[in-house]
Write a protein that binds this ligand. Sequence first.
Ligand code: NCD
Length: 309
Amino acid sequence: MGDLITMDDLTNEEILQVLDSARRLVPVAKGEVYLPLLQGKVLGNLFFENSTRTRMSFEAAMKRLGGEVLNLSSVGSSVAKGETLYDTMQMVDGYADIAVIRHPNQGAAQYSADAVEIPILNGGDGAGNHPTQTMLDLFTIREAHGSLEGLNVVMVGDLRYGRTTHSLSHALVRFGAKITLVSPDALKMPDEIVSDLKNHGGEITETEEMSSSIDSADVIYMTRIQKERFPDEDEYMKVAGIYKLTEDDLSEAKSGMIVMHPLPRVNELHASVDSTKHAKYFQQAFNGVPTRMALLCRSLGIDIPEVVK
Ligand code: NCD
């Protein structure tokens, strides 16, 4: 019940409840209010792939709520000695009350959840899913636009390997979004995901060209080309640097349009965008803290007070 592996683990109503909780927790996330709801609880932070935001914001979320964190990475653990994921998870089951796992293999989060009793949160499984990122993305969109309903969202970049867009597009079509998928042919959103989006009533447009989608967008979601998932460097070089969003591209954008990026950025999002009113990606990264607080509480069955004082 407490697992979060894909966005299918949450109903639309549950998504909105978590987002409401996250909003109440913003003062706690900022450190203005101390609310030790998770005192005595231990989070296992299991990162078998690089991470800055997901790992640190989960740790910040846990600590701001009075909880403790155990960190495990593939470097410095018995994973380097050949210990299996199954065995590692048996240890975590005994040491922690809940765990977040990031792993290069698609399906590893579900596999881990099946192996243990404690709730498992998927912090990114290969080119699969990244639902906690989606929750903070939805939080960011809802705070900016007041609602998740019926938005015009443009997703740009590596839609083939980019797990953030896989989870986010699925969630958004459930709220009636119209989505434009911008990528080179080699990095198109996988067919099964596009079919899923259409089956959920999503109005989906696929194109290789970015600029014509900008002016009507409510959200532009830029993504990094996922170099580490390419079978060889030559294939990566063919598409590296293919999209670059700059301040000049935004001259005709809607006034309330927001530019998002899960980060890290490489060269697809120029620093000139940072000082525009559209830039939301650093705020988005902060939003990981209250959103992950709300998700941790949900998975652990802890109620969040209506008014946080
Ligand atoms: C993303 C990821 O790991 O999928 N980063 C993140 O969690 N904020 C995006 C990426 O690595 O490009």
